[in-house]
Design a protein around this ligand. Structure first.
Ligand code: PBG
Length: 331
């Protein structure tokens, strides 16, 4: 015979704190504020009107004029910043990516336009890398054995960063995963009198297939892959090592990228970092949500909010996201 008992009633009732919308908001642990969002944006040389990026519906390669308008919208929306990438003309690419540091190179022109439009009302971040500008599509120079040459690349990053500071960037952001890039850039900026320009280090950046749509966005002709410089997605501890090195080299902010599939790495980094931690919700994360929503398979606004909230909950102080100007994001 089974023992008969009185029906059990719980005494701990977490549901009490979920009874009304006001109650739920009162106890909400994570809130996303527009000021902590950064919009990645693209400027392309040689176009007359903005070109929508096929694999990133809703995102455009901008002209100088449309970039100006976009920067103004960022200010009006009250977001924190804009992160600019440049798309040069095909014929301007070379083995070193020299248009990256040319004063009239497309990225530097874009930075000037934004700074002219918004001044200090928005934090202007420059992507400091060579892949958009090199004929082979790698983030650095390639030596005669076909390998990406770390130390030869560092000098070029230093020149690029200084040119970006001169063009008006408040922050430069080395994203190429070369060893020593933060220190070399810091020294170069200081030597040129740009000691107030900050460095956002892409510290734990993984060789991710989620960057796929971005390569359309910048017209990348990459042959091969980036596995000798970007990290293996399987490695968590290594993300911490990369971060500690960047902190020691003088990073003012560190970043984990991609974001949504690397929340463990992000939480690790957030637990030890003495500087603000950023996370980049990348092109593939954006494209998947857009595609599913276009099919009516997901409630877009809710998924966008949930994805960004998850990144902040895991420890990001700053989120780079293509959804930053999205009406539904914060409402
Ligand atoms: C490289 C760079 C990449 C992204 C930002 N900077 C691509 C890559 O490493 O291949 C990807 C951003 C995204 O996917 O949204 N300069």
């Amino acid at each position: 015979m089974l023992n008969r008992r009185e029906p059990w009633t719980p005494t701990d009732r977490p549901r009490r704190l979920r009874t009304t919308p006001a109650m739920r908001e009162l106890v909400q642990e994570t809130r996303v504020h527009p000021r902590q969002l950064v919009l990645p944006a693209f400027i392309r040389d040689g176009i007359d009107s903005p070109v929508e990026i096929p694999s990133m519906p809703g995102q455009f390669q901008h002209t100088e004029q449309s970039l100006r308008e976009l920067a103004r919208r960022c200010v009006d929306a009250g977001i924190g910043g804009i992160d600019l990438f440049g798309v040069p003309k095909e014929e301007d690419k070379d083995a070193e990516g020299s248009v990256a540091w040319a004063k009239d190179g497309i990225l530097n022109r874009g930075l000037e336009v934004i700074r002219d439009e918004v001044g200090d009302a928005l934090v202007i971040i420059a992507d400091t890398c060579l892949d958009e500008f090199t004929s082979h599509g790698h983030c650095g120079v390639v030596n005669d054995r076909g390998a990406v040459d770390n130390d030869a690349t560092l000098e070029l990053y230093a020149k690029e960063a200084v040119s970006q500071a001169r063009a008006g960037a408040h922050i430069v952001s080395p994203s190429g995963m070369m060893d020593g890039q933060v220190r070399v850039i810091r020294e170069a900026l200081d030597d040129e009198g740009f000691e107030d320009v900050a460095i956002l280090a892409y510290s734990a950046k993984y060789a991710s297939a989620f960057f796929g749509p971005f390569r359309d966005a910048v017209g990348s002709g990459l042959q091969g892959d980036r596995k000798t410089y970007q990290q293996d997605p399987a490695n968590r501890r290594e993300g911490m090592r990369e971060t500690m090195l960047d902190l020691a080299e003088g990073a003012d902010m560190v970043m984990v990228k991609p974001a949504g599939y690397y929340l463990d790495v992000l939480a690790d980094v957030a637990a030890v970092s003495e500087v603000p931690v950023a996370a980049y919700q990348v092109s593939g994360e954006y494209a998947m949500i857009q595609a599913a929503a276009a099919n009516g398979w997901l409630d877009r606004d809710r998924v966008v909010r949930e994805s960004i909230t998850g990144i902040v909950r895991a420890g990001a102080d700053i989120v780079l996201t293509y959804f930053a100007l999205d009406e539904g994001v914060l409402s």
